[in-house]
Design a protein around this ligand. Structure first.
Ligand code: ADP
Ligand code: ADP
Length: 228
């Protein structure tokens, strides 16, 4: 199993005010899968994603990537793991305002041994002709494409996506999801995506439904497999 999630528990607060946000989550994700984490607001999706992404710690249980437990890594090793193996895409693009599209993407190649070729990537993203523009000259969709470029230029093993289309209209959202699928097909990155939008499960290889900190459903999306 590429990513192993074992009996993860996480809570906040103490004694009478204690809230258990993850109540023992176990699941596995295979290499190259698009895994969509679905569930209502407050169900624990982002908390789970942040633990997988090494930006939050569980109280107990563990995440293992290729057999290596993140809980066993010291801070230095965890930082290297995040830089080398993970790409993050959020609802907010957080582009650097005085750098153009190409430069914003190149920021993500920092410390990478084997970055993707920038012009090839710009073409995949549909941004080649916009490469000299600044973020404030771009549409929301183009800004998110740039943020995706910044996340994938180092060709990370895992792409962590938290509501990547949360700030976009319906049509642009579909284009961005298609782009994430194209990236997954072309570069083979494993994608873990959090959303509360049930329609997004169509693009998933695996669907994990969470409610109240527990997994309610975990299945391979047969429709996607059949469609290919
Ligand atoms: P989702 O992504 O499914 O909306 P979250 O993982 O963001 O859910 O949050 C799950 C629950 O954990 C929510 O009830 C939220 O209020 C609580 N929570 C998240 N982060 C914190 C925190 N830092 N302190 C206290 N409670 C938190
Ligand atoms: P919906 O919410 O659209 O009614 P669910 O996602 O709740 O459907 O799925 C209900 C059950 O049906 C799941 O536990 C799963 O076993 C099965 N299922 C639903 N959609 C698929 C699919 N595309 N591929 C494989 N199994 C599916």
């Amino acid at each position: 199993m590429f990513i192993e999630i074992s009996n993860l528990k996480k809570g906040y607060g103490y004694d009478g005010n204690r809230v258990e946000v993850l109540k023992g989550i176990s699941a596995g994700v295979e290499k190259g899968e698009i895994c969509v984490l679905l569930g209502p607001s407050g169900s624990g999706k982002s908390t789970l994603l942040n633990i997988i992404g090494g930006i939050d710690q569980a109280d107990s249980g563990y995440i293992a990537i290729k057999g290596e437990k993140t809980i066993d890594m010291n801070e230095k090793k965890l930082t290297r793991y995040r830089r080398k193996h993970l790409g993050y895409i959020f609802q907010m693009y957080n582009l650097i305002p005085n750098l153009n599209v190409k430069e914003n993407i190149e920021v993500g190649a920092y410390l990478s041994d084997s970055p993707l070729e920038i012009n090839d990537l710009l073409k995949t993203l549909g941004l080649y002709e916009h490469r000299h523009k600044l973020p404030n000259q771009l549409s929301g969709g183009q800004q998110q494409r740039t943020a995706i470029g910044r996340a994938i230029i180092k060709n990370p093993d895992i792409l962590i996506c938290d509501e990547p289309t949360g700030a976009l209209d319906y049509k642009t959202s579909k284009e961005i999801l298609k782009l994430i699928e194209d990236v997954n097909t072309k570069y083979g990155n494993t994608v873990i995506m959090v959303t509360h939008n049930d329609a997004i499960k169509n693009m998933a290889d695996r669907v994990i439904k969470i409610r109240d900190g527990e997994i309610r459903k975990n299945y391979i999306n047969e429709e996607k497999v059949c469609a290919q």
